[in-house]
Design a protein. Structure first.
Length: 76
């Protein structure tokens, strides 16, 4: 899932997405251990999706949106 899509979700929806991704990560670990994992790149993709969800949720909880680079340069 792209970061732009995540920014429009509520905190509850982000938490639900996080639970879904964690379950998928758990299942992928079991598939890897039993030798049934076919799409090995999915492990990396899920791990990065989890990081994206956590980042966006943290930004929303802090109440701050990331500033664009042009704004931060002019403010300095």
């Amino acid at each position: 899932m792209k970061t732009e899509e995540l920014k429009f979700l509520t905190l509850d929806q982000l938490d639900g997405e996080l639970v879904k991704l964690k379950k998928e990560q758990f299942n992928l670990r079991f598939q890897k251990a039993s030798g049934q994992l076919e799409n090995t790149s999915r492990v990396r993709q899920v791990r990065r999706d989890i990081a994206r969800v956590l980042t966006v949720a943290g930004q929303k909880r802090a109440g701050s949106a990331p500033q664009s680079k042009t704004q931060s340069k002019t403010d300095a």
